[in-house]
Design a protein around this ligand. Structure first.
Ligand code: ADP
Length: 454
């Protein structure tokens, strides 16, 4: 024994403080704390054996582990079934019960049998939690009991707190490890799913690419089929148109009125069919990107006068007035395609106007946007016809779209004219087609194209 310990001893508080400091310095290590404390307490009290039992739970639970044994240092003994019974019982006990049992308890009997005489129990509690128990077994005599009680009474609350802190720390560590492992698993699954999705997307896009390729092939086949069909149709049709017009002009002999009427009908239908075939051919060429630009130098006045004279007969026949405000303007662009556009628009103006005026105007305007210095000509065709409602306006450029007006006679047409006109204007003439219209009042279509194309 190191000291003859007495709480009257002036060294007592100093020793108690030293032990306390040492306990605190082992705050996160219950094992180290147990070994230290049992050694120290055994030295101070002269007990035969000191045990520190940790009870990781509330009062009602009894899970134990020995975190310090002295002096036997034999864990096997400390953890034997007999000792295990002692921990269980000690866990429920107060200090007094072991030292001064009113009636001899099973535990007291067992301790005597093991050769431990005077023994004490120190519950280590913080609040409602019992963190452990310190067993001081085989004290040398009753004289020591008062000082032991005083020292351990003071220490036990602190030790319980330190023990609680260490247990919480351990649990937190364990929890962090568990969560980290879980997260690693949540991550791996996610990575797996992402890579599965990526592979799926890649497969899909490959499939799409394949489908796209075959669609392109089909489209090309369709275009070349239509182109060659239209070509084949035009040859016999030109024959029909040519001969019926020779007959109608009475080159081969005089015709009676009925014959003339029938032949005129053949000629008109033939011409209509030819213009439809030409439109279809143009559409396929535009869509396949094979349409060719044929640039020429010409006077705009002459081109518009030409278109005007073609339309004049129909316009005047309907009792409409035709006004032209033309100027001489040297142009360098695709003459044939420009004429096709003007014919379409002028033809529509004549078709969809029942009374009033059709006006053709041409004027030079300055460029805008990216090329403000560019010389632009505006060819505007205005009518006082049926007009186009706001909802229909965006649809008139869709191929085959025709506005049906109930009660109005259906005029011949394919619904390709404006689609083609717009495509030609933007893609060949490098200009734009603008429209403004009011239902019941009339429409204004204007072609704005560069005067000179490079
Ligand atoms: P189509 O004249 O062969 O029907 P278009 O593509 O040239 O085909 O015109 C599409 C539709 O736009 C016409 O059917 C008509 O309903 C409307 N439209 C075109 N021009 C005019 C116009 N000047 N006035 C009123 N409606 C028009």
């Amino acid at each position: 024994m190191k000291h003859e310990l007495s709480d009257k001893d002036p060294a007592f508080p100093v020793m108690a403080m030293e032990i306390l400091n040492n306990v605190l310095s082992r705050a996160d290590n219950p094992g180290g704390l147990g070994t230290y404390l049992t050694e120290e307490v055994r030295d101070l009290t002269g007990a035969r054996c000191v045990l520190l039992i940790q009870c990781l739970s509330t009062q009602t639970m009894t899970a134990h582990s020995v975190v310090g044994v002295n002096p036997l240092r034999r864990r096997a003994w400390a953890e034997s079934p007999n000792m295990n019974r002692l921990y269980m019982a000690a866990h429920q006990m107060t200090t007094k019960q072991l030292w001064q049992g009113e009636k001899p308890s099973e535990v007291a009997g067992f301790l005597r049998q093991e050769g431990f005489g005077l023994s004490m129990v120190f519950p280590l509690t913080t609040g409602e939690f019992r963190m452990g128990t310190m067993l001081v077994l085989g004290l040398p005599d009753e004289a020591h009991i008062t000082s032991v009680l005083s020292l351990l009474g003071n220490l036990s609350t602190i030790v319980a707190l330190v023990l609680r802190n260490a247990i919480l720390f351990e649990r937190q560590e364990q929890l962090i490890q568990e969560r980290t492992a879980e997260l690693r698993d949540k991550n791996e699954e996610l990575e797996q799913r992402v890579s599965e999705r990526t592979a799926l997307l890649q497969r899909r896009s490959e499939e799409l690419e394949l489908a796209n390729e075959s669609l392109k092939e089909v489209d090309q086949l369709k275009s070349s089929f239509i182109a060659s069909m239209s070509h084949e149709l035009r040859t016999p049709l030109n024959c029909v148109i040519g001969f019926s017009s020779i007959l109608l002009d009475e080159w081969l002999g005089p015709l009676n009125a009925e014959q003339k009427q029938n032949l005129a009908s053949i000629l008109n239908s033939g011409r209509h069919l030819l213009s439809m075939i030409n439109d279809v051919l143009d559409v396929t060429q535009i869509e396949s990107g094979t349409i060719k630009q044929g640039i020429e130098e010409f006077d705009l006045y002459e081109l518009l006068a030409n278109a005007e004279s073609e339309a004049a007969a129909v316009i005047r026949e309907k009792g409409l007035e035709l006004q032209c405000k033309l100027t001489h303007q040297q142009m360098r662009t695709d003459r044939r395609r420009l004429l096709q556009c003007v014919r379409n628009i002028l033809g529509n103006a004549a078709k969809f106007t029942d009374k009033g005026t059709v006006t053709v105007e041409a004027r030079i305007v300055s460029g805008s946007g990216e090329a403000p210095a560019e010389e632009i000509v505006e060819i505007a065709i205005t009518d006082t016809g049926i007009g186009i409602g706001e909802a229909d306006l965006p649809r008139i450029f869709t191929p085959f779209h025709r506005i049906v007006i109930t009660g109005r006679e259906i005029v011949p047409g394919t619904g390709l004219g404006l689609f083609l006109t717009q495509k030609i204007t933007t893609e060949i003439l490098k200009g734009e087609l603008l429209v403004s219209s009011e239902q019941g009042k009339g429409s204004r279509f204007s072609l704005r194209i560069p005067v000179r194309l490079p």
